[in-house]
Ligand binder design. Structure first.
Ligand code: 1PR
Length: 606
């Protein structure tokens, strides 16, 4: 299963229309946005080439956040009259070129670039500038830059897609990348362009992932980046702002040098979300998945408002934020509009990747209307999610696949990864430890325990569950992980019911078992209670990321302390960017970043 370079979306469904209606109703409450330095509409106008194949909500949000106004391209002439053009290529190379050629937009793009007018290509928007791509090809590109775009070589165990925060190595002075050396930016892609004698004049930075590939190009006013500035936190916003302001480096603040050198291990903040008994959407947190207080009225534990907390974790340095709608298995998520609103609001001010899970499956509503899991996922993507996470439905799909040995093409994993790319599909596993005396007792892969079980058992297997841990299934975590990788999942979120909320550390045996078995990234989850637990999981397993909830919600350990500890232990992580101000005092946000002000009044209430 191939990963699309960037997320791809589909035409709006009736559910989207319903949500739009609702937003319209709310518009009378819309607040006036505080812009960074909007002097005139004209000078702050950015033309966006969104040819309709993708979800570019995050980029729109980032541009607006920086105080700019967006004008969309409807016809080729709109490109030619643009003052500055941003081109976030999405989808597959061939499909994008087809659209560009058929609509005349490709020719207009070439002319615009020939005139050396301000241009920024993002992700596929960089790749399309090259002569051709091997993606489902060869397919001819725009031919602006010499070279062919090829796939990362995964035959030697390299995890593909390349997902996460990696370091840029600038190779020439470019105003846009000013001060960026030594900082991490966020990449999601399977294809890359390689540096050569023929294109070396174009290259402004390289990045290393198994090999050196082109991470950005720049010549005159024409720029393109393989990474996602709109998902790269303050550093990414600073890059975007440098382009939008067309500032020469001398007028920019300088980022304090960072120490980034390779792909960083990620620290993820997770928000389990559900409605409480009063009907308010709250962040909750369980002990071994039990989210109700043990005293009083046994209320659902309320640890805060989801949008507010997500914004806080972004500012605190979380590399990603995950929302899990933990009652999604019994509710229909498209009937659960607050989850969609929640994503819309969070994505306005959180500029790192957002994952959402809960209830992603085929569904027939009370009126007999059938929704495919792809439609459900599409709504989440359109609302601002970068990845979706599938729990229960992935277990059923894996069981079926292991039983028949056939990929039906109809499972949620297959449907969604085919359209959005496998990097957009996370499978969330909820296993429970089952102690056994000997590995022969079960047909599932087991581990030898470092500490024997309650009755002296020396082994355990990890039984997968569905419906938030309520029902055990006849499949182990190891078998499930391998099956979903075959079906097209791009990442695994590995929880452990026994460790959840206990604060005693991750289940190292489980995480090692699964992260050694698959070639897609594994996110370790459940049990973090101290900074040492993070270094332990990265040093003893192949986990690419560590997720935690309670420790952050209860303010026990700030995300920054976790990262400082990891750095101290030699684990590379993304540190928050800093800028040198005139007084040389570092500050966290890039110049011009507006305070948190939402377009929609509703955002303040969730
Ligand atoms: O089955 O596709 O509808 O997805 C439901 C999703 O909701 C799954 O991803 C499942 O893990 C999650 N979920 C369901 N019930 C609960 C619950 O707690 N009652 N939460 C639940 C799972 C587990 C972690 C948690 C870590 C870290 N939460 O994500 O955040 O264990 O916690 P800690 O650091 O405090 O130890 P579907």
């Amino acid at each position: 299963m191939e990963a699309a370079p960037c997320a791809v979306s589909r035409p709006p469904s009736s559910a989207t229309a319903a949500v739009r209606k609702r937003s319209k109703r709310s518009s009378s409450f819309t607040k006036v946005r505080v812009t960074a330095s909007a002097s005139s509409q004209q000078s702050n106008s950015v033309t966006l080439l969104d040819y309709g194949a993708g979800n570019v909500r995050s980029l729109r949000n980032a541009i607006r956040h920086l105080g700019f106004h967006i004008t969309d391209v409807h016809k080729p002439e709109d490109i030619l009259t643009a003052d500055r053009l941003v081109f976030p290529g999405v989808g597959a190379f061939g499909a994008a070129m087809q659209v560009l050629n058929q609509t005349g937009l490709g020719e207009a793009l070439r002319m615009y670039i020939d005139k050396d007018k301000p241009f920024l290509g993002i992700c596929l928007g960089l790749q399309l500038l090259f002569d051709s791509s091997e993606e489902n090809g060869p397919v001819k590109g725009l031919g602006v830059i010499p070279g062919t775009v090829g796939r990362f070589d995964s035959t030697q165990g390299l995890m593909v897609p390349h997902i996460g925060w990696n370091a840029l190595q600038p190779v020439k002075d470019s105003g846009m990348l000013h001060g960026i050396e030594g900082h991490h930016v966020y990449f999601v892609h399977s294809y890359r362009a390689l540096p050569s004698e023929d294109n070396k004049d174009w290259i402004s930075s390289l990045c290393y992932y198994g090999e050196s590939f082109v991470s950005s190009v720049s010549r005159g006013n024409v720029n393109a980046v393989q990474f996602h500035p709109e998902k790269s936190g303050a550093v990414g916003l600073s890059i975007l702002q440098n382009f939008l302001r067309q500032s020469s480096s001398s007028s920019l603040k300088t980022l304090v040098p960072g120490k980034a050198s390779k792909l960083a291990k990620r620290v993820i903040a997770c928000l389990d979300v559900r409605a409480n008994d009063k009907g308010d959407l709250v962040v909750t947190k369980g002990d071994q998945y039990d989210v109700r207080e043990t005293t009083g009225d046994n209320e659902v534990r309320n640890l805060g408002k989801p949008v507010e907390l997500a914004g806080q974790y972004y500012k605190d340095g979380a590399d990603e934020v995950s929302f899990l709608n933990i009652t999604g298995f019994r509710d229909f998520p498209l009937g659960d509009l607050p989850m969609l609103e929640l994503l819309r609001c969070a994505s306005e001010n959180v500029f790192v990747p957002l994952t959402v899970g809960g209830g992603i499956r085929d569904f027939t509503d009370a009126n007999g209307r059938y929704y495919s899991s792809l439609e459900v996922a599409s709504e989440y993507f359109r609302s601002g999610a970068d990845k979706i996470s599938i729990g229960s439905d992935a277990v059923f799909a894996a069981e079926e696949y292991l039983l028949t040995g056939v990929k039906s093409g109809k499972t949620s994993i297959e449907q969604i990864s085919r359209i959005y790319g496998n990097q957009a599909v996370v499978v969330s596993i909820d296993p429970r430890r089952v102690f056994i005396k000997s590995p022969d007792e079960v047909k599932f892969k087991s581990v030898k325990l470092m500490k024997p079980g309650p009755n002296g058992e020396e082994y355990a297997w990890y039984q997968c569950t569905v419906k938030g841990g309520r029902e055990g299934r006849p499949i182990g975590a190891y078998e499930l992980a391998k099956a979903v990788e075959h079906l097209g999942a791009g990442e695994i979120l590995l929880n452990c019911i026994d460790c959840d909320g206990q604060g005693e550390g991750y289940d190292i045996e489980l995480i090692k078992l699964v992260s050694d078995a698959v070639t897609i990234p594994v996110i370790a989850s459940s049990g973090a209670g101290a900074v040492e637990h993070f270094s332990e999981v990265f040093q003893q397993t192949n986990a690419s990321a560590a997720l935690a909830a309670g420790i952050f919600h209860r303010n026990e350990v700030p995300i920054q302390s976790v990262k400082e500890h990891l750095l101290d232990r030699g684990v590379e992580v993304r540190m928050l960017s800093m800028e040198k101000t005139q007084s040389n005092q570092p500050e966290m946000a890039p110049r011009g970043a507006a305070a948190v002000v939402y377009d929609n009044w509703y955002c303040d209430s969730i």
